[in-house]
Design a binder for this molecule. Sequence first.
Ligand code: HEM
Ligand code: HEM
Length: 172
Amino acid sequence: MQADRYNAVARLLHWLIAAMIAINLATGLLHDPLEKLIRLMPFHKALGLTVLVLSCARLGWRLAWTAPPTLPGMGAAEIAAARGVHVVLYALMIAMPLSGWIMSSASTYPLSWFGLFAVPKLAVAKGSALAGFAHEFHELGGWIMLALVAGHALAALRHHFILRDGVLRRML
Ligand code: HEM
Ligand code: HEM
């Protein structure tokens, strides 16, 4: 049974990163309406940069071992859809914080990791095409990520509560 589960590091990183991304999707979308009450952006940026580091570690770890085999009973289309979503999620786990870092490097606000140390800014000029592209990407990517995460979580819950197979258990 143990061999059919994701290993402990993969499980820990999955849930740690998932929680951080959920918080960042929320703080990203709410920072504007809540602007008068609280400044969410410094926290959003520091947490997002943490996601970047952890996602690189997770991707490296993932490439070093073989994931548990798909459960019998899953159709080819379902397997392909799940894999496709996982690949895009991995890509967004890197591209979302990276695009945030690029666009924030072009702004005048300082970048700091929870006030503990300064994060270096990338060489991106204010008003440059790269800064503009990163901004557009970050906004659109946020909505795409929100939709994919919702679909991914609903699919996992469907497996657990309706199909009652072991798909969710192997990530717990
Ligand atoms: C897990 C990583 C991240 C996620 C999921 C995420 C998600 C989001 C979302 C959904 C928005 C709202 C976009 C909109 O207005 O429609 C946003 C805004 C923003 N994010 Fe992120 N973000 C992440 C990481 C970062 C990082 C690392 C930085 C900078 C170092 C950053 C800087 C910003 C800034 C400056 C905005 C405001 C843009 C604006 O209002 O014009 N983000 N983010
Ligand atoms: C921001 C949120 C999330 C992100 C970015 C995310 C990302 C991922 C990725 C990239 C994988 C592929 C793992 C691999 O093969 O290396 C995965 C697997 C998995 N995730 Fe998530 N996940 C999130 C939230 C959730 C939630 C909320 C649930 C459950 C309700 C969940 C349940 C699962 C399960 C069961 C698997 C294993 C699927 C399989 O074996 O085919 N995830 N997740």
